[in-house]
Design a protein. Structure first.
Length: 124
């Protein structure tokens, strides 16, 4: 009996060290993927992105986790009366369209945007 205890104890210590070596257990990997999916879904909702757009932009994310995060953020925003934040970045599909325009030989770049910044330049 004492002969079995020492090898079992050594095996338990050795297996416990796997986490320190950076080897993820399947349970830890699933928990990480779910947390990432929820974070992606919450960020999409906060940025006023449709759930379908969120799925398209994050194809590798777990859809169930993305939906759960989106729904949680939706409930949180409604309860606390938080307005969505308009994204400032350009999605990759829009960037692809810009590169096509640049390749067409337009030397002047994109047309200036109308708005307050354009009005300031006209006035002053």
């Amino acid at each position: 009996m004492p002969r079995l205890v020492l090898p079992l104890l050594a095996a338990a210590v050795w297996l416990a060290g796997c986490d320190q070596l950076g080897i993820e257990s399947p349970a830890a990997e699933n928990a990480r993927r779910e947390a990432e999916g929820k974070a992606i879904g919450g960020a999409c909702r906060h940025a006023a992105r449709a759930l379908e757009d969120c799925y398209q932009m994050n194809r590798k994310a777990d859809k169930a986790a993305v939906f759960a995060g989106w729904r949680e953020m939706n409930d949180y925003m409604r309860e606390n009366k938080i307005e969505p934040v308009t994204p400032q970045g350009v999605p990759s599909s829009a960037k692809a369209g810009e590169s096509d325009e640049e390749a067409s030989g337009d030397e002047h770049g994109p047309a200036p945007k109308a708005g307050k910044a354009a009005d300031k330049h006209k006035k002053g």
